[in-house]
Design a binder for this molecule. Structure first.
Ligand SMILES: [Zn+2]
Length: 134
């Protein structure tokens, strides 16, 4: 097993901060996660998952529990680069087998992979639209 810093060290994550920051991952699992998402901000990870790995009607958002003021939205330059890159289905499906529902995938990411100060949530664009349409 290897130690994964859920809040990356480069942005201040340590083995004790924030609480629960270390998770133990199998070596493959760890490598695949960083191959897919580097040490990105959770907002960027959410955008990439929505773009490439879930059905179009589902959007993943990253919620910060501390209401951090800084804008961590994926910038246009990053979006542009990532859109040109093909999805990494081998890595993705190794981490998240087809048998998992989108909700189960997000749950697994929240528990083991991303900064514990954040939580990914799924929004159904169609449900949102129908509410907006009244
Ligand atoms: Zn790691």
């Amino acid at each position: 097993m290897t130690k994964h810093h859920r809040k990356p060290r480069c942005v201040g994550g340590t083995s004790v901060y924030p609480k629960g920051n270390i998770s133990l991952l199998r070596e493959n699992e760890h490598r695949f996660w960083h191959s897919l998402f580097g040490a990105w901000w959770p907002e960027w990870i959410a955008a990439e998952i929505s773009r490439k790995y879930l059905p179009r009607r589902l959007q993943v958002l990253a919620i910060n529990f501390f209401g951090e003021k800084r804008d961590r939205r994926e910038p246009k330059w990053h979006k542009k680069i990532q859109k040109k890159k093909k999805p990494k289905f081998v890595e993705w499906q190794s981490l998240f087998p087809r048998s998992l529902s989108p909700e189960e995938i997000v749950e697994r990411i929240n528990e083991r992979f991303i900064d514990p100060e954040y939580s990914l949530v799924i929004v159904d664009r169609e449900a949102t639209n129908s509410i907006a349409a009244g």
